[in-house]
Design a binder for this molecule. Structure first.
Ligand code: GLN
Length: 303
């Protein structure tokens, strides 16, 4: 299979795409990003790496960080984590508060904002935010094999200044006894984790720990690899998760910075980035590119 040619073809057709979607405006620092950018990179299980387009431009990974914090939390708490957060698709937007009232402050899954806040709250308990963010960066850098991965403070500040909705989710869960730290402390840590900046290439390399098998690097257990992939497939794109599974057929996690991490179990970690989003807050061209990639390679978890 000529991976390089596949990526070049996809990049060329994304450059010509008429509708690139809309950048996230609710985080002012992200609103100024040029939507006409596209990058794709694949890191194969055998160690080969192929990249195309703007694959070396840094972007805000936002909700893709939820995959890394979940990996840390599963390592630390194991099955106990599921007492505080569910593992069902929500069918709701990523920042919805609707179900929380019905379900008594237990979020549906770790990838919607409420669920990710609980995960961050859990790993934060008993530690300073600086320590937890340090541990997270160490994990991401080890996974990527690259020390040059950092938090963009301007993005973290921008979200902190406009974080009322996430603060509301946190307070609501605190009211139900499902929060261990002050909402402002957990939200501040969460905004910083979301503000990690990476290139598409770094993200593809970092995702290798989810491929499974000997090349996964042993950062997490094989059982956690399978479970995180299951959650990415069912919940990684919020109320667009079913559509992503139908079109791409591989587990994926999106972020409002326009990145998507896609895992082809046993084969590769794939990252795509284009800042324009669709109506669900998932990258418009990133989704299309992942779909084209899956078609070109024939890779799918469904055979
Ligand atoms: N930091 C963003 C938020 O909490 C992450 C959302 C996302 O990437 N979907 O709103």
């Amino acid at each position: 299979m000529d991976h390089a040619a596949i990526l070049e073809r996809i990049t060329a057709s994304m450059r010509a795409a008429p509708d690139v979607g809309e950048v996230a405006r609710y985080i002012p620092e992200l609103a100024s990003v040029d939507p006409n950018q596209f990058g794709i990179c694949i890191a194969l299980a055998d160690g080969q790496v192929f990249a195309s387009g703007d694959a070396d431009r840094r972007f805000s990974i936002q909700s893709i960080s939820k995959v890394f914090t979940l990996a840390l939390a599963l390592g630390r708490f194991g099955e106990r984590l599921w007492q505080r957060v569910g593992r069902e698709p929500s069918g709701q937007p990523f920042n919805s508060i609707l179900q929380l009232e019905h379900e008594k402050g237990i979020p549906r899954n770790p990838f919607i904002n409420a669920g990710a806040l609980v995960v961050t709250d859990a790993i934060l308990a008993g530690h300073a935010p600086r320590e937890v963010l340090g541990e997270l960066l160490r994990f991401v850098r080890a996974a990527a094999g690259d020390e040059d991965i950092h938090i963009d403070e301007a993005v973290a500040r921008s979200e902190t200044d406009h974080g009322d909705r996430n603060m509301a989710l946190a307070h609501f869960m605190a009211a139900h006894g499902n929060f261990e730290n002050r909402p402002a402390l957990t939200c501040g840590t969460y905004f910083h984790q979301c503000a990690i900046e990476m290139t598409t290439r770094q993200l593809a390399l970092a995702g290798r720990f989810l491929i499974g098998g000997p090349r996964s690097g042993g950062l997490i257990s094989p059982a956690s690899v399978r479970r995180i992939n299951a959650l990415m497939l069912t919940c990684g794109h919020y109320d667009g998760s079913g559509d992503f599974a139908y079109r791409v057929g591989l587990p994926g996690k999106s972020g409002v910075g326009g990145g998507i991490l896609v895992i082809a179990p046993g084969r590769a970690s794939i990252a795509v980035w284009s800042p324009g989003l669709n109506q669900h807050g998932n990258s418009q061209l990133g989704t299309l590119a992942a779909e084209r990639f899956a078609q070109a390679t024939g890779w799918s978890v469904f055979g």
